[in-house]
Design a protein. Structure first.
Length: 369
């Protein structure tokens, strides 16, 4: 099957025209919206450019769920096992959102805009409907909408210098997972030091889609001396960096402890949230599987469109859900849930590729270095 069957059901973004002009080679669909998936001739060339220069990404698919009102904080706290009372205005908080059994609904970044106003910058799932249902069921006084906010991400080691040349040196003072404000065409816009890469960068949460083309053009023109390129989240860099993709590495079948995010879960009873009893039981008993990196040899593997079984001791102990060849490490790399008895780094495993080829490999810690 070639490409997507475009229709009004798949939402374009304020930057899609520019993305197409920049030569995008394909899209995926996240939150019913177009996400660019490839620009450079190869994913390897895109990877090296991201590590060495700067890229502009249309990540409008990171939709915002805006929750405001007297019970806004209480609703979000009911949705997550992380204690959000510690968040200050100006903070970006990673929060796992769970269901009554402790299963992961989503893993958004929460931006605290005011004591009674928050954005949840979500991965691919219907958090807005989940939040609305919980609020209705608990009789909470909140307003929940998807605002006209479209994120433009500037990633790579030259991102800070580029954006400082456009918006001023004050952006250098923004800490990691913090946000500040910039002026653009008479408007005040939120900018956070964050992004879906390990190369450093910023995300501009543009309010007002009509300003999208102008924002893209402004940054693009200023970025030419920095060797700017259009880009998108890079699979090689993501896997190496130990960044997970909701729907791939984890779903509602998984809990936060299985993806190494127990540090974001309060299980001492000091706060209440949906699924607390389930998470307390999981924490007490321990998990039977955890996510790990896998490295394995042989020729460069294809990308992982369906899980690849991982075997040890003549039985399946996991499955790779994201995998690719790393040109820097000169080996194939992947991410996999691995059974408890086999998750220690150094454990020998066998990976079975879609063509039936078996590759010898090892469990490694994340990020993969």
């Amino acid at each position: 099957m070639d490409g997507l069957n475009m229709s009004r059901r798949i939402r374009r973004t304020p930057y899609t025209d520019r993305v197409e002009q920049a030569g995008v080679r394909g899209f995926s669909v996240v939150n019913h919206m177009l996400l660019p998936k490839a620009f450079g001739p190869t994913v390897e060339e895109d990877y090296w450019h991201l590590r060495e220069h700067v890229q502009i990404w249309d990540v409008s698919v990171q939709r915002q769920v805006q929750i405001t009102g007297p019970d806004a904080a209480a609703l979000i706290q009911w949705m997550t096992p992380r204690n959000i009372a510690k968040a200050k205005i100006g903070d970006c908080f990673y929060i796992p959102i769970i269901d009554a059994k402790g299963g992961l609904i989503n893993d958004p970044v929460m931006l605290k805009l005011a004591e009674d106003q928050f954005w949840l910058s979500i991965a691919d799932s219907d958090v807005l409907l989940y939040a609305m249902g919980l609020a209705l069921g608990r009789g909470m006084d909140v307003d929940i909408i998807e605002p006209d906010v479209n994120t433009l991400s500037i990633q790579g080691p030259k991102a800070e210098d580029l954006l400082a040349s456009v918006f001023g040196g004050n952006i250098r003072d923004i800490g990691f997972f913090k946000y500040g404000w910039i002026e653009f065409k008479g408007t005040r816009q939120l900018i956070a030091r964050s992004g879906y890469s390990r190369q450093g960068g910023f995300e501009i949460y543009l309010q007002g889609g009509h300003l999208g083309p102008a924002l893209w053009d402004t940054i693009w023109e200023a970025g030419l001396p920095f060797n700017i390129s259009p880009g998108c989240p890079n699979l090689i860099e993501r896997i190496e960096g130990g960044l997970f993709s909701y729907g791939n590495e984890m779903t509602r079948e998984n809990n936060p402890f299985e993806i190494g995010h127990g540090k974001f879960c309060v299980v001492d009873g000091s706060i209440d949230y949906i699924g607390r009893a389930a998470l307390q039981k999981i924490a007490a008993e321990g998990v039977n599987r955890e996510i790990r990196g896998i490295t394995f040899g042989g020729d460069p593997c294809p990308t992982c469109s369906k899980p690849w079984p991982v075997f040890a001791a003549e039985r399946q102990v996991g499955q790779i859900t994201s995998g690719i060849w790393s040109p820097r490490l000169k080996k194939n790399i992947g991410q996999s849930m691995i059974d408890r008895d086999f998750w220690d780094p150094g454990q020998a495993v066998t990976v079975v590729l879609p063509n039936g080829n078996m590759r010898r490999g090892n469990v490694v810690a994340l990020p993969i270095r």
